[in-house]
Every structure is written in C-alpha cells, then in structure tokens.
Design a protein. Structure first.
Lengths: 93, 135
C-alpha cells in the first residue's frame, strides 16, 4: 500500500516541478505568484500523501502550516510585492 | 479493508488526473486569468480527492476532521488569493486573452499554438503585445 503512496508522491512532485519550471521561466512577473498557489494545493497534497506513506501523523500539521503560509504569501505578494515593470512595459494604445 | 484500499487507490488516481490537468493548464493556457483558473479549480479538486482517499485510511475521527479542515482551508485560501491576483491584474490593465483578433496570420489560433511545444510564452501571453489586444 505504501508503494502506491510513494508513486503518487513522485507523480505529484513531477507535476509540481513542471509547473514551477513554467513559473520560473517568467521571472519578475505576476506568474511567479502562481508558485504560491502551486505549493498551496499540490504541495499540501504531496505532504499528506508522503505522511501517509511514511506513517507520520505529524504530516497533517505540516500540511496545515503549508496551507496557511501559501495564503499569507499570496496576500502579502499582491498587496506589497507586485513588481511594477509589467505595467510599465505596457505601451498604451 | 481490501475494499477501502481499492477505494483509496482509485481516489488517488482520480486526484492525480486532476493535478496533471491543472499543471497542463498552467503550461498551456494563454493568459494569467486562465492559468489562475486552472490552478485554483483543478488542483483543489485533486486535493479534495486526495483528502477523501486519506480519510478512508484514517485511524481516528479527529484525524478525519483535521484532513477535512486542511482541504477547507486550502479552498478558502486559494479562492481568496485567486480573487486578489485576478483583481489586481485587471486593475493594472492586464487584458484577458481573446481569439477574436487572430487575423490572417492566425498567430493566436490554437493549431499554431499547439505546434510550439512548451515555448508559447511569447505568444498570447498577457505581458506581450499580443496579449494586450487593442481593438
């Protein structure tokens, strides 16, 4: 049964790496914020599945912290850290 | 117990399908709004199915409750962050992608997009001139 969890974790990790590869190809843009959302959903699932596979009850707490951090990071980025360059590049028609 | 294990496996596979769908959407969708959509909808369904699968294996009711709590928290958080990003992007003038202006060259039509594997970051993106379509 734990083989199922581990293969699920590996597959989740692969999809996460693919998504992050897209995000990091566009540095400084709002797309980098999508990484926070990726960690908030796929990352939490990865931690949960890994915790079940390893028999770690603590994984639930770790996943809770991940979810909380993703929310706080997203809100903080939108309110304070959004780069200005992508709006300056915009030639107004 | 066998039934529960099979159910867990099936739910995990279904969850994986939704996660892959979300990542493919993130890679392939043309603008910020649709990529947000792919991440916040498909991935949350995948997480919900994962949580459901793990609930079947939980040993106590508090654990089940905690798993459900994690999912609800992620749902609320990602809905909030999705709204904030979309709202701020719209306020800053990021135009939603539209296919109405494909023109004779057909640069933004789907077939030519599909031909460019994993390199469409300059076609139809929100930060390029094609993405900020002027009428």
């Amino acid at each position: 049964m734990s083989a199922l969890y581990f293969s699920m974790a590996v597959a989740l990790l692969l999809t996460m790496i693919l998504g992050l590869g897209h995000v990091f190809r566009q540095p400084g843009r709002a797309d980098s914020l999508l990484a926070a959302l990726l960690f908030g959903s796929t990352g939490v699932a990865l931690v949960l599945v890994l915790g079940q596979g390893l028999g770690m009850a603590r994984a639930l707490d770790i996943a809770l912290v991940f979810a909380l951090l993703a929310a706080v990071l997203g809100v903080a980025f939108v309110l304070r850290g959004w780069p200005d360059d992508d709006s300056k590049e915009d030639p107004k028609p | 117990m066998i039934v529960l294990d099979v159910l867990t496996g099936g739910l995990l596979l279904a969850a994986l399908f939704f996660f892959v769908a979300g990542t493919v959407g993130l890679l392939r969708f043309p603008d910020l709004y649709s990529r947000l959509h792919a991440l916040t909808k498909a991935d949350n369904v995948g997480l919900g199915l994962t949580v459901l699968a793990l609930m079947l294996q939980a040993e106590s009711w508090p654990e089940v409750f905690k798993l459900g709590l994690i999912w609800v928290l992620v749902l609320v958080a990602s809905a909030t962050v999705c709204f904030l990003i979309g709202n701020e992007a719209y306020r800053r003038g990021v135009k939603p992608w539209t296919n109405l202006h494909a023109g004779s060259s057909g640069r933004e039509s789907a077939p030519s997009e599909l031909g460019k594997k994993l390199e469409p970051t300059h076609v139809g993106c929100y930060d390029e001139t094609e993405g900020r379509i002027s009428p």
